[in-house]
Design a protein around this ligand. Sequence first.
Ligand code: ATP
Length: 241
Amino acid sequence: MTLLLSLQDIVVSRGERRVLDGASLELRAGERLALVGPNGAGKTTLLRTLIGLEAAAAGEIVAFGRPCRSEKDFRAMRARAGYLFQDADDQLFCPTVIDDVAFGPLNLGLSPDIARARAAAVLDQLELGALASRVTHRLSGGEKRLVALAGVLAMEPDVLLLDEPTNALDETHYRRLVEILSGLPQAMIIVSHDRWFLHRLSSRVAALKDGRLLPAVFHGHPHTHDHLHLHIEGAGDHHRH
Ligand SMILES: Nc1ncnc2c1ncn2[C@@H]1O[C@H](COP(=O)(O)OP(=O)(O)OP(=O)(O)O)[C@@H](O)[C@H]1O
């Protein structure tokens, strides 16, 4: 399948510590890659570096066949790689929901009418049409998350980068999110601590360990959280949930 994104030997330091220390990964069309690792392992840093919000000290990023080095390269890649922030409040900033969802398409250069029509269509597709005229900052946490996702989808990205998308979701919104994501055609990188969610959605797992990515697999019963183990290949250990 077509190679969409690749990171090769990426190094990112925070003070003395190399948070990413030779991290490499590839994402191909149709893949849903689960990215796991303990708190502070560097998962968010990896996503932010991938889209150029953090600068790598070394390594190469290639997106959609083009190396990304300058801000201009990254801007072009961000138009095709939709990033769902860990905190929806960082993503939403327009007064109303429809304005927020239309912001991305407007920013891509579509006319206001077409951007709004596209935003309305995505809200309907996600069954969020009733929220269109609501004041964004008064939405519930779960509503905010789904609206932020609508904003990302309105840009019709080729790839989705989802940073802990199930955070702050109740049962209903959680199920909605699983349903929505399962039905999307885009390749995805999903950062999450929720193994059931990852097991359900992902086609492949990579674990961030000591600044590098290692292949990993879940073992166990997908219906009981307790029995999902993560086995990291090459790490020589077994992690229990
Ligand atoms: N702006 C920053 N300045 C300094 N250190 C930072 C900054 N952002 C992140 N870090 C540090 O970099 C390391 C990696 O953080 P990162 O958020 O990428 O981890 P993570 O794997 O996403 O963690 P979590 O599962 O807790 O979200 C952590 O030790 C964190 O404290």
